[in-house]
Design a protein around this ligand. Sequence first.
Ligand code: CAO
Length: 407
Amino acid sequence: MAKKELTVPDIGGYTDVAIIDVYISQGEDVHEGDSLIALESAKAVTDIPSELTGRILEVFVETGDTVSQGSRIASIEVAEDEAVEEEKNAEPEPEAPKEEKSSQKTDQKQVTASQPFGSVYHATPSVRQYAREQNVELSDAVGTGPNGRITREDIDRAQKDRTATAVFQSPTTEGQPLEVRRDLSRIAKVSGPHLSESYRNLVHVTHFDTSDITELEEFRLKVKPEFARDGLGLSILPFIIKAAVAALKKYPAFNAQLDEAAGQIIEKHYYNIGVAVDTPDGLIVPVIKNADTLSVTQIAERLAELSGKAREGRLNRDEITGGTFSISSLGGIGGTGFTPIINAPESAILGVSKARMEPVYDGESFVPRLILPFSVSYDHRIIDGALGARFARHLAELLEDVRRLLL
Ligand code: CAO
């Protein structure tokens, strides 16, 4: 037997990340890959898996602590041969072929590879063991514990559901099933608890406004062929992102975070804009980092790149974290307005609906104008109604005359 330490691997350069759950306790047996702790991140809870199999000797952390790469999590007693294997891995021989199971288990790729976004299942080692014994996949269980943690009861329920599904799917007299049970997508299983937490904890108010984007649309249609020559599409959205950043600069409360315990608002002077993307596996929100430093063209390029990667399930952790404000655009689909849910801990979100031609009275007659409906949901604990209306008005005016973005 040998004593080893389990530490926090590379977590993409983030430091002082809060622990929101500790799954292990002293004397418990853990397997390699079992989750040790859960860390808070922008859109999901990320588990840190064990690199070793053995018995936990001492746990050094508790819920609420903050950790960075290298922070000690626990000490563990491992079988001697595993320890030797670890030592060997720690000094890779230059000519050794590059195997998947390399010594660098703590690098970001390993962490991402073992836990791609949307596929982490929060469960203690003992629940994992129980699931193995019951022959239930963690992916079949819906976690009802704190932070979506999977409990023994959830495993039992998943097992019962399996039987129930078979019953529901047995044909009726017409040969059609009466009901069909479908598993939630992996993304929905992770984002669902985050959405409901945000909906419960933030005080949502949604403000609706419209913008006359007739001139902007004329301009977009004029430059679109130039973009097409470079193989790039140009929807209205990159302009909206650019205008939203300008509005956030003027109204910093919308690019902020509430620190309830300290009674403070943290205004962010960097502009990382999350954009909701509809993928076959569900909704995912890649983040356009430092959008204030990008031109409309660069935003269009980045949006195309990130939404493409989102649909192919190839986004890395850095690309889905660190957002300061989000935009959900359903304009390509339709609708006259909706109430988007704020992506906590952010303080606001912009919802974009479908622009349509409407008759607008110009004082003498009705003229056809392209009107874009949009909504802004904001956290009423930070932002009052008048500020919400001013932000929306300012955004509308920027889109009505994008030359204002130069000011
Ligand atoms: N009004 C009218 N037309 C619009 C529009 C709007 N607000 N927004 C986009 N369009 C048009 C585009 O200009 C494009 O038309 P052209 O082909 O003539 O250029 C067409 O609709 C398709 O646009 P798109 O949806 O492919 O592209 P986008 O840049 O507007 O959006 C993306 C990109 C990734 C945000 C989008 O594809 C998407 O996934 N939207 C869904 C987001 C979502 O699900 N949100 C809900 C979250 S809450 O559950």
